[in-house]
Design a protein. Structure first.
Length: 117
C-alpha cells in the first residue's frame, strides 16, 4: 500500500514536470525564468525517485525534504511567470493546484517518515 502511494506521488510529479515543460515550450522570452521552473519542477520527481533508494531513513527524509523545497520553488517561478503575463490564469491555477497537491502529499510523507523513525 505505501509503495503504491509513493509510486503514485512519483508518477504525479513526472506528469507535473511534463506539463510544466509543455507550457514552457510555448513561452516566448523570460528564458531565465523558464529554465528555472523546468529545473525545479523536474527536480521534484527526481528526488522522490532518489528517495526510493535512500541509504537510511534520514537520507529518505532528506530526499523528500529536497523535493518539498523544489516544489515550493516551482510555485514561486510559476507565480512569477503568471504575473509576467506569460501564461493564462486557468493554466496558472491548474498547475498551482497540482503543485499544491504534490506539496501536501510530500509534507504528509515526511511527517509519517519522521514519526516512524
Amino acid at each position: 500500500m505505501m509503495n503504491d502511494i509513493k509510486n503514485q506521488l512519483r508518477e504525479d510529479a513526472i506528469e507535473f514536470a511534463i506539463q510544466i515543460s509543455d507550457v514552457c515550450d510555448e513561452i516566448k522570452g523570460c528564458s531565465v525564468y523558464v529554465n528555472q521552473i523546468v529545473r525545479s519542477s523536474s527536480s521534484i520527481g527526481a528526488n522522490i525517485h532518489e528517495a526510493k533508494y535512500a541509504q537510511s531513513k534520514a537520507d529518505f527524509i532528506h530526499k523528500l525534504e529536497i523535493s518539498l523545497k523544489e516544489c515550493s520553488e516551482t510555485e514561486y517561478w510559476l507565480e512569477l511567470i503568471f504575473r509576467k503575463g506569460k501564461i493564462l490564469e486557468k493554466v496558472y491555477k491548474d498547475l498551482r493546484n497540482q503543485c499544491g497537491s504534490i506539496r501536501r502529499r510530500l509534507i504528509a510523507s515526511i511527517t509519517t517518515a519522521k514519526e516512524n523513525s
